[in-house]
Design a protein around this ligand. Structure first.
Ligand SMILES: *Cc1c(COP(=O)(O)O)cnc(C)c1O
Length: 341
């Protein structure tokens, strides 16, 4: 049976071009800053994001950890949205490792408003913990890949800067967000102090994420990466695949978005499912199986050869990516139709 794997965009396999580049990569010891391919990848990331410095890290989780640790002091608070990856899917890393407290804000479809952030800010008094960082996620993974507009981003970042609070964006899928908005990633992220993005999600590389920011910030983050054991040696083979992902993949992300929207529109026609198709703007769609148990639904789906992840007891997530084409998407919809019938 052919499997249609919609659990995540992390399941993609490296392309032939990536494998060849990995095999042929010129490498060195990156802890000594001597891996030419890692250096090249970091320089390209700086150019694309318009930043002074960049740091190649093994995962998105480590990239966020380096950012949070570098921006804050233990005992501070980090403002983030209820659905944020940093508080739900990183084993409370910010508490364990950075000694900071998440201060949660409710957004609409995962998108926070400045007014709601402002009421949660704790200023530097003798009595309270202080807000050390405001962290946004774009696109918002478990809210269905929703995106922060440029206007919303700017409003939040400018207000934060006036109050001398740094901002970080967990942009694991920032290229998806930029494509959905029809702008480039540099414009979309320019107001943030730091940006994290993943090569291993929509961009289709096997391993790696990147943190970008000022030279001083990245120097700090580099030490944090070493503390976490993330100093890689001949990492050029990984960087070589990431370079191809960075140059080639953004241009095809609209296909994943079209597949996700197409699937969402078909799902609205199936009785017993709840989804607002017009809210699907990137490569993630989340639907409610309402009266059914989400885990039972996923089990039946797997028996049909379609893999998905549950988000809550009744909500299921599909993620489109470069390893699923329209015919596989059609098969997934047919399987859902069959189960619900
Ligand atoms: C996947 C993801 C991460 C973490 O990436 P890993 O490489 O799995 O550690 C962080 N933030 C968001 C929004 C993600 O989707």
């Amino acid at each position: 049976m052919q499997i249609v794997d919609l659990r995540s965009d992390t399941v993609t396999k490296p392309s032939e071009r990536m494998r060849k580049a990995m095999a042929e990569a010129v490498v060195g010891d990156d802890v000594y800053r001597e891996d030419p391919t890692v250096n090249k990848l970091q320089r390209r990331a700086c150019e694309i994001f318009g930043r002074e410095a960049a740091l190649f890290v093994p995962s998105g989780t480590m990239s966020n950890s380096c950012a949070i640790k570098a921006h804050t002091e233990p005992g501070m608070e980090v403002i983030c949205e209820r659905h944020a990856h940093i508080i739900n899917y990183e084993h409370a890393n910010m508490c364990q490792f950075s000694g900071v407290l998440p201060r949660v804000v409710d957004g609409e479809d995962g998108i926070m408003r400045w007014e709601d952030i402002e009421t949660e800010i704790r200023y530097k008094t003798d009595h309270t913990s202080w807000t050390g960082l405001i962290c946004l996620e774009n696109s918002v993974n478990t809210s269905g890949g929703t995106v922060y507009s440029m206007e919303r981003t700017e409003e939040i970042c400018r207000n934060a800067r006036e109050r001398k609070i740094p901002t970080h964006v967990d942009g694991a899928r920032i290229f998806n967000a930029a494509v959905a908005l029809g702008i480039n990633v540099q414009s979309l992220t320019k107001e943030f102090d730091s940006v994290s993005f993943c090569f291993s999600k929509g961009l289709g590389a096997p391993v790696g994420s990147m943190l970008v920011g000022s030279k001083d910030f990245i120097e700090k983050a580099r030490r944090v990466r070493k503390v976490l054991g993330g100093g890689m040696r001949q990492a050029g083979s990984l960087a070589a695949a990431a370079l191809i992902a960075l140059e080639e993949s953004p241009a095809r992300l609209h296909e994943d978005h079209a597949n996700a929207r197409w699937m969402a529109e078909r799902l609205t026609e199936i009785p017993g499912l709840q989804i607002q198709a017009e809210k699907v703007v990137t490569n993630i769609l989340i639907f409610d199986v309402a009266k059914m148990d989400g885990y039972a639904f996923i089990g039946k789906l797997a028996a049909e050869g379609v893999l998905a992840n549950p988000i809550t007891r009744t909500r299921v997530r599909f993620v489109t990516h470069c390893d699923v084409d329209r015919s596989q998407i059609e098969k997934a919809v047919e399987s859902v139709r069959k189960i619900m019938a």
